[in-house]
Design a protein around this ligand. Structure first.
Ligand SMILES: Nc1ncnc2c1ncn2[C@@H]1O[C@H](COP(=O)(O)OP(=O)(O)OP(=O)(O)O)[C@@H](O)[C@H]1O
Ligand SMILES: [Mg+2]
Length: 224
């Protein structure tokens, strides 16, 4: 099977001199295409740091990150931005929706930012609104939605291009338990139906259990 995420011997530290802390110590991980992985670990263990590195938002001190067969360190800025927009989806704890845009315009934001014709994505938009259960909210604004609905809107936006990989940092951290379950059901659905590889950081055992595999970051190292 194809590999979706390959992390080889990643090291990452912050600070200098005696304030230097090594957050990731020679981490390696392989994730097959279409898998759903949960990443757990204590606060400050480096989970978000690892996700930022995978998203190309920060660089490791050493090691390689290969996503969908491409080494992101060797991409030029422009190529990396394009890769990030098309191949990666991001979901965060705080939904980061644009308040003065409707649900459908928030979901279409990546398409508009790319200067693509929205008409071409009309069917995709209808489909993703259905999958996320937001069809009747498409004209609503974020402040008219519940937390769970806002997160579903953020997920719809993250997958409008059907990226190969979805990176999620505590996507249920700001939600009640029922809404959290709904989000996990939605992740399971897009993972199975769209074959999107998911790497999700969570502090919840219950949410983590939705994944195929749970890995833990502790003392700078990963373990199953
Ligand atoms: N830009 C930065 N500059 C300096 N230190 C940083 C930076 N980013 C993260 N750190 C440090 O790296 C360590 C790991 O942080 P990180 O945010 O990855 O933890 P986390 O596992 O996501 O924690 P949480 O569960 O609380 O979100 C922390 O000690 C943090 O202070
Ligand atoms: Mg974090």
């Amino acid at each position: 099977m194809d590999k979706s995420i390959e992390i080889r011997n990643i090291c990452k530290s912050f600070g200098t001199g005696e304030n230097r802390t090594q957050v990731l110590k020679n981490i390696s991980l392989n994730v097959q295409k279409g898998k759903f992985i949960s990443l757990m670990g204590a606060s400050g263990s480096g989970k978000s740091t690892l996700l930022y590195l995978l998203g190309g938002l920060d660089c490791p001190d050493s090691g390689e990150i290969i996503l969908s067969g491409k080494d992101i360190a060797h991409m030029k800025d422009k190529e990396l931005s394009k890769f990030r927009r098309n191949e990666l989806g991001f979901v965060f704890q705080f939904f980061n929706l644009v308040q003065n845009l409707s649900v459908e315009d928030n979901i279409m934001l990546p398409v508009l930012m790319d200067g693509k014709k929205p008409e071409k994505y009309a069917d995709k938009l209808t489909e993703i609104l259905e999958i996320t259960g937001l069809s009747d909210k498409r004209k609503s604004y974020p402040n008219q939605l519940s937390g769970g609905q806002q997160q579903r809107c953020a997920i719809a936006r993250a997958v409008i291009y059907e990226p190969g990989i979805l990176l999620a940092d505590e996507p249920t951290g700001n939600l009640d338990s029922k809404s959290g379950d709904d989000i996990m059901e939605l992740f399971r659905k897009i993972n199975k139906e769209k074959g999107i590889t998911i790497l999700m950081v969570t502090h919840s055992d219950k949410c983590a259990a939705y994944a195929d595999r749970i890995i833990t970051l502790s003392d700078g190292r990963l373990s199953d």
